[in-house]
Design a protein around this ligand. Sequence first.
Ligand code: FAD
Length: 395
Amino acid sequence: MTNGAPPAVDPDVADQIVETVARWVDEQVIPNASRYELADEFPHDMVEQMKAFGLFGCVIPVEYGGLGLDHLTYARLIEEISRGFMSLGGVLNSHLIVSTMIVRFGTEAQREQWLPDLATGAKRACFSLSEHDAGSDTRSLRCRATPDGDDYVINGTKMWVTNGERAAIVGLMAKTPDDKISCFIVDKEPGPSWSPTAGGSVTTAKIEKLGYRGLETVEMHWDNVRVPAANMLGDQAGMGRGLNAALSALELGRINIAARAVGVARAAFEAAMDYAQRRETFGRPIYDHQVIAFKLADMATKLEAARLMCHSAARKFDQGIRADMEAGMAKLFCSEVAAEIALESMRIHGGNGYTSEYPVERYYRDVPLMIIGEGTSEIQKLVIARQLRDKYRID
Ligand SMILES: Cc1cc2nc3c(=O)[nH]c(=O)nc-3n(C[C@H](O)[C@H](O)[C@H](O)COP(=O)(O)OP(=O)(O)OC[C@H]3O[C@@H](n4cnc5c(N)ncnc54)[C@H](O)[C@@H]3O)c2cc1C
């Protein structure tokens, strides 16, 4: 198994896993999420529970210790987790992007080396593509991996590395000779700094964020870090194929973001439904003012459309074929809809929505990340438009 579709998962088993996680979200995540998020504190207990459920290996094939779930089930799990605490969906995202890169583009020896520890969550991974001047414009990245004997020596500054401090494995995109972008799988010590015995150092600096808190996103400095040549993803055949591998795995990342957006939108919608039936003005619940009920009808309709698009993209990805247009459409639509629903929910909450007493302010702060991360809405439109021209070309 490498590039093909995952084996079919018994629908009853998939439902049971999703229901178990949904119950845990109701009982343990929702009551505690705002506390962690407002304090910007890493939710260790929740992450340990996700490990116990096997979620760090949920889409890693069974032969490497994962659960081997299909990506539709993955999207349903991410929705459930994110309606409780969106940052938890991010803990899984970069980890599974890197795992998927290794599954799809690694050699058999590399799969055996890294996937079992990734599958259990014993080691967590971060994905490091972006830099200060290379976000949308990925090809202009400057981090360099220079060959030296049996090693590569890495120098440069990466930006926006989510999970970057606590991760023990980095999926790092760097320029190799002739400006070819290659991917390296680097083992590191979790923590703010690390000096490998082979030489060099890695230091991280935390970035303060509007939302998506409780989970670190860091700037990462690589100073003469020596990495064995065998750590190039795909070994020497992987030379120059790093961006290709990253963009392929980002299809999964975009499905994750779409599912996170659906989760937050659902939480915002459900909070508004609850509030609208309790809050009274002019002698009746605000739900009985038709303008509010119609807002909620619109929110519910958009939420349902977003979920269907997300699931449709996950099904396409499950077929093991290129799904960048579907993943891009789902990411674009779900994130923009989530932003609308979060704002509408805040409006329905009136002044209370603007306070930290109610979680809607967290949903409102969290949704812009889904518009920006894994490629902005504008970049999704570029991806979609390119595919449309190929599909409908008239010359
Ligand atoms: C909280 C957070 C976590 C992140 N985590 C990670 C991570 O773990 N790993 C990682 O590698 N990256 C990560 N990122 C980076 C993220 O993917 C980038 O921020 C994103 O791709 C946008 O890049 P940029 O910030 O450089 O914006 P820019 O590329 O500078 O874009 C600025 C604006 O210009 C627009 N724009 C750019 N080019 C075009 C164009 N050709 N046509 C039209 N409009 C255009 C953009 O849409 C945007 O509106 C994270 C970002 C954030 C905020």
